[in-house]
Design a protein around this ligand. Structure first.
Ligand code: CA
Ligand code: CA
Length: 261
């Protein structure tokens, strides 16, 4: 490492520390990361958030609507967290001061090899991240016959490709909510062995599968015990992560990369 790099790192550190002290982060704040790569990563994350906060631009997606009817831009939230346990932090952004259809939760990752941001995952902001790398992604609208059950997609983290792959789409039929379905078929009582009025459709997907052809194959319905068994094969013992979300404010953005934030 030459002196020029050392100097710029030091300058960068002083700037971040100053910004932190000014914005009221922890008064004992010290730089969390000294490697220039990490400093660059956090700098890129701050830039993504500043672009949304000040210019109404969502990284890689262009301009967004800044209609006050949907709330103030600072009501959106973000978190810095290593959600896939690969040793480096991701930026998780929930952007929802917009029409529901345009609301989105995005996970940004930073490629140390390329030295640039990349979008690692994006879905409707009804997500739960788990400590085993799985993501529960609730769909935006529950307009089918699922009733008290909320349909979702389940994603798994794949370390080889450092990406999330879909495992399954899960839907249900709540017989108490909808005694007949859209085809006017009666709720299949025989499948509902435990009699709680719910049966499930687990549509499993595999990497590389042709989604256009397989998406419409209706899986056979299963009851609670089989559904729970299926869930446990992926989620047994998994705990939901509590991400440290904060509001999208200049102060919070400037605290990224500083210890305790
Ligand atoms: Ca990570
Ligand atoms: Ca049942």
């Amino acid at each position: 490492m030459d002196n020029g790099v050392k100097l710029s790192m030091r300058e960068n550190g002083i700037l971040v520390l100053l910004a932190c002290l000014l914005c009221g982060c922890s008064s004992t704040a010290t730089l969390k990361h000294v490697e220039s790569d990490s400093a660059k990563m956090y700098e890129e994350y701050r830039k993504v958030l500043h672009d949304l906060h000040e210019k109404g631009e969502l990284w890689g997606r262009g301009k967004v609507s800044l209609d006050d009817d949907f709330g103030n831009i600072e009501e959106n939230q973000f978190a810095i967290y290593d959600i896939d346990h690969d040793g480096r932090d991701e930026l998780i952004l929930i952007y929802e001061t917009n029409a529901v259809a345009d609301s989105i939760e995005i996970v940004y990752d930073y490629s140390f090899e390329k030295g640039e941001i990349q979008e690692q995952y994006a879905e409707f902001p009804n997500l739960k991240f788990y400590d085993n790398g799985m993501i529960y992604a609730g769909i935006s609208h529950n307009q089918g016959v699922a009733g008290r059950f909320w349909p979702y997609q389940l994603y798994a983290y794949e370390p080889e490709t450092d990406s999330y792959v879909i495992v399954a789409f899960v839907d249900a039929w709540d017989g108490n909510f909808a005694p007949t379905n859209y085809e006017n078929e009666d709720f299949p009582e025989a499948v509902d062995a435990d009699g709680n009025g719910l049966i499930y459709y687990v549509e499993e997907k595999r990497v590389g599968e042709n989604e256009d052809e397989t998406d419409y194959l209706e899986p056979a319905p299963i009851d609670d015990s089989a559904y729970e068994q299926w869930w446990d094969t992926y989620m047994d013992g998994a705990k939901e992560l509590e991400l440290p979300f904060v509001n999208l404010t200049t102060e919070n953005i400037e605290c990224i990369g500083v210890e305790g934030n």
